[in-house]
Write a protein that binds this ligand. Structure first.
Ligand code: AMP
Ligand code: MG
Length: 491
């Protein structure tokens, strides 16, 4: 009985609305127990905001839940079914190594998914082992929390535990489980699954569920499924613009990795760009650069078109009309994305009002950055403090001319220099999770069981707009290397 008591004290308050969808959307399944769970990291502020007690979570019973060895009261673990276009090819997927425990109802009344990632095989595992390695789970923890601190909608990371079991990737790795928190795990791929293998009634049930969960203020008089499509498009336009503005490269924007909530999801081969170059790709499997930095807005539009296709039977009884509605909604994405991006870029340059020439001012800065291999984050940070650093870009006449134009532009707005500077501070991060810093933290954690490097990194990343002296150390670039930084999907 003590186990149950401790779990109740932990503060789990789980509901299972997803389990009330038609049965074909999931498979009920408990996690596969692991040998000897050990808590590696726990997100205190997130736990507290979810109504969970951090002491209880750290107890044996608390950790047993995070490892999948105990099922908290109210949980109804299940693997979600979904399909996807992976690098353009349609396929059936589903949670191959994750289980939804349930939806935690937070003290403020929000509903969030609690998912264990790496919790064992499921009917959707295909040839996978259902497990995850410590390095990639800590990587997801670091980058998702950094994204959250940057003000970008994202799934969150509550905890990482090691399992006491080894798993085989290229080498033997410590096994681990990440507890992921998301406003939901509904994806474009969930709709693709319903559209391909479900009935229209299944599809309608899923669409109604998504509306209720993410867009409850839908007006009953309007076409609710068109509203769903338009709102998902709007949220993606905001999200992708934010990625571009900080130089985030998702790396694997398959349609299963695009959440309808508008949160960034699935941190696999993602990484931040150093030198500005739209062609930047880190993922070892992205041979053709499909998911390169500069391609992300196009891919988002492509993925959203796949989403729109699934909704056609719900949009209108007349198919031509349905296609027209879908096409109009999709064609809005580009404009929505662009206006979000432009607004964000103006802020990065301290500009409050709008002038038609702003776009070319921004574009000429970016093309100089590309030409002179200027670091994306550090260039904007240097401009924020108007302290051009000793880089090739800042030494050129081209830049001097641009700088003058920019100053004149700032002079044409009413806001003071000080408010312009403040706007730039709040829009240009002092630091991002630099790839070499993330690797260094993971290496210490995985090879030496030294978590201090990661904890320090997480601490500085939690205040990206602080521009504090301790962050300076984290903004230095990696030593020049002959090998390009590569990320891997084999997580
Ligand atoms: P991702 O690349 O993380 O979006 O994963 C694509 C698909 O592969 C999803 O269905 C995952 O659940 C599945 N998957 C990834 N790794 C594993 C694994 N180790 N075992 C089983 N399924 C996996
Ligand atoms: Mg995925």
């Amino acid at each position: 009985m003590t186990g149950t008591k401790a779990i109740i004290e932990t503060g789990w308050k789980l509901d299972n609305s997803y389990a009330r969808l038609p049965k074909s959307f999931f498979t009920r399944l408990n996690p596969t127990p692991v040998r000897s769970p050990k808590l590696i990291i726990l997100n205190y502020p997130l736990a507290t905001s979810l109504g969970l007690n951090v002491q209880a979570l750290q107890s044996n019973d608390g950790v047993a839940v995070l490892a999948g060895n105990q099922i908290p009261e109210g949980a109804l673990p299940l693997a979600q079914a979904y399909a996807a276009h992976q690098f353009g090819h349609f396929t059936m997927l589903g949670d191959g190594r994750a289980l939804l425990l349930g939806e935690q109802i937070t003290p403020s009344g929000e509903r969030v998914d609690i998912q264990l990632k790496g919790s064992g095989r499921t009917p959707y595992s295909r040839r996978g082992d259902g497990r995850a390695a410590l390095g990639p789970m800590l990587r997801e923890y670091i980058i998702s929390e950094a994204m959250h601190a940057l003000g970008i909608a994202t799934t969150r990371s509550l905890a990482v535990v090691t399992t006491g079991e080894s798993i085989i990737r290229e080498t033997e790795q410590p096994g681990a489980i990440l507890t992921r928190v998301a406003t939901s795990h509904l994806r474009i791929g969930t709709f693709q699954y319903a559209s391909e293998w479900g009935t229209v009634e299944d599809l309608r049930a899923l669409a109604d569920y998504t509306l209720q969960r993410h867009f409850p203020d839908v007006d009953t008089d309007e076409n609710r499924y068109l509203f769903l499509l338009q709102e998902v498009i709007k949220r993606q336009a905001v999200l992708i613009a934010k990625w571009q503005l900080v130089g985030f490269i998702h790396g694997v924007m398959n349609t299963d990795n695009m959440a309808l909530s508008g949160e960034t999801i699935d941190y696999g081969p993602c990484a931040f760009m150093d030198a500005y170059d739209p062609a930047t790709v880190f993922s070892s499997i992205d041979i053709y650069g499909r998911y390169a930095y500069g391609n992300q807005p196009h891919i988002a539009a492509w993925n959203l078109a796949r989403f729109a296709e699934t909704l056609l039977p719900l949009l209108h009884v007349n198919q031509d009309q349905a296609v027209k509605l879908a096409q109009d909604a999709i064609s809005d994405f580009t404009e929505l994305y662009h206006s979000n991006w432009l607004a964000g870029m103006r802020a990065k340059l301290g500009i409050f009002n709008e002038e038609p020439q702003d776009k070319s001012l921004i574009e000429s800065l970016l093309s100089m950055m590309q030409k002179y291999h200027a670091d994306y984050t550090n260039t904007f940070r240097a401009l924020t403090f108007d302290k051009p650093e000793d880089t090739v870009l800042f030494g050129t006449t081209e830049f001097a001319q641009w700088h003058e134009l920019w100053q004149v532009r700032l002079g044409r707005q009413q806001e003071s220099k000080a408010s312009s500077h403040q706007l730039m501070r709040n829009s240009n991060p002092a630091i991002i999770p630099r790839n070499h810093r993330v690797e260094e933290a993971l290496e210490a954690a995985v090879k030496e069981e030294d978590y201090s490097v990661m904890e320090r990194l997480l601490d500085v990343l939690s205040r990206p707009y602080a521009h504090s002296p301790e962050q300076a150390d984290y903004s230095t670039l990696p030593a020049p290397s002959t090998c390009r930084y590569r990320t891997f999907c084999g997580t």
